[in-house]
Design a protein around this ligand. Sequence first.
Ligand SMILES: *Cc1c(COP(=O)(O)O)cnc(C)c1O
Length: 475
Amino acid sequence: MWPRIRRPERPQWAAMDETEPTADLLSRTRDLAVAYLAGLASRPVPAQASTEDLLAAFTDGLSLPGADPVEVVDELARLAGPGLTAVTSPRFFGFVIGGTYPVAIAADWLTAAWDQNVGLRGVTPAHSAAREAVEAWLGEMLGLPGSTTMGTVTGGLMANFTGLAAGRHSVLADAGWDVEARGLQGAPEVRVLVGAERHDTIDLALRYLGLGAPQEVPADSQGRIIVDELADALASGTGQPTLVALQAGNVHSGAFDDFAAAIPAAHEHGAWVHVDGAFGLWAAASPRTRHLVAGFEQADSWATDAHKTLNVPYDSGLAFVADSAAQRAALGVHAPYLLHSAGPPDPLELGPEFSQRGRAFVLWATLRHLGREGIADLVDRLVGVAHDLADGVRELGGEVLNDVVYTQVCTAWGDDVTTEAVERELMSEGLTWMTGSAWRGRRVLRISVSNYGTTDEDVRRVLAALGRAYESARA
Ligand SMILES: *Cc1c(COP(=O)(O)O)cnc(C)c1O
């Protein structure tokens, strides 16, 4: 006999039906969040404390007896404060990281309060409706084929994974091989062609898919795949199951592959074409930048992030696949105990996750807030700021190494040593953040304009900071 476990007395704050403590807690949390957001534009962009500085206090907290939730959120905010990096600051230009629209934060809070597990369409109808509305609306706005289905995933990596998984299924099915049943052991070899400057998450997704390292096709001076080289590579393996990954938006240059030429060339050889448009796919949303993606709608799958250009909180990526059956075959599970919907797909068939967060609520709220014109304005605004910063950099005596066609500006300041010094000076001043990187053999300081809230005044202040940093770096 096992000893009977006595039910502990219920802690007084544990019950959700006791609305008073919950309301106090969430009001307090609201105050803390509002205070953070109100101070965002004036706080230093880099964190002011390191992980090592903070670890002892966080560790100590876990050795204490349990505490009241209001005390806990106060303590969390107090401990975390100095170690927060202001990635949603309008003067943050590092990596490719969007800000967060207030409406998106608000919808994200509701999403947490509702805590729907949205994998099955019929179980969580409100989310299914929001997701399907977003799927149709975005598909139409971006100009994707009408058959396209959309998985909401954690980010660009998983969106690339999803598109390439559907592609792996499709090209192997064409070769008479059932990869879901038989795996890759003994399968016809799948060839994967990518541009030399694809994002590393393409390689990572291919590793998850058991496909190993891809075959690189040379890129031009802006990082675009060279279509003649792609055509040669395709011709050398005719008849082999082939995936081709193209790119909308190179992280260094912002450049877009020539989809109108590359996609038909790949299709001629029966290849599946995936487009990594983590931030670049949004160029399709504005009449002013739409030309950058010309022909991209002929591809078979597309990846993008909402947590970048659309300025919603992490984690939010989108995986679009034109052949929904391939997506469902590659990623779906069909367990007898699951209540699958008969018609449209269940969300768990459209991406790698099983249980999943209701990401479509935030997407819906943000799209509803911006409207079609608001999204076009957002994209135009980001591109406009990129041009202003590029002009300002040249005026300060810096070099702009890329053709600024979108949101990325790749700068250099004299030699590599000076460029590195400019980055150091800038970071220690803390007014802005740009990413030190290397591109085409040179040390660069890369600017990615991704935040909806960057104003002309921010641009002026950032350029002044760059001027100061360049001066000290040369001294
Ligand atoms: C950011 C990025 C990714 C990866 O997206 P995550 O959301 O970080 O997973 C992939 N490709 C490109 C071009 C990117 O900019």
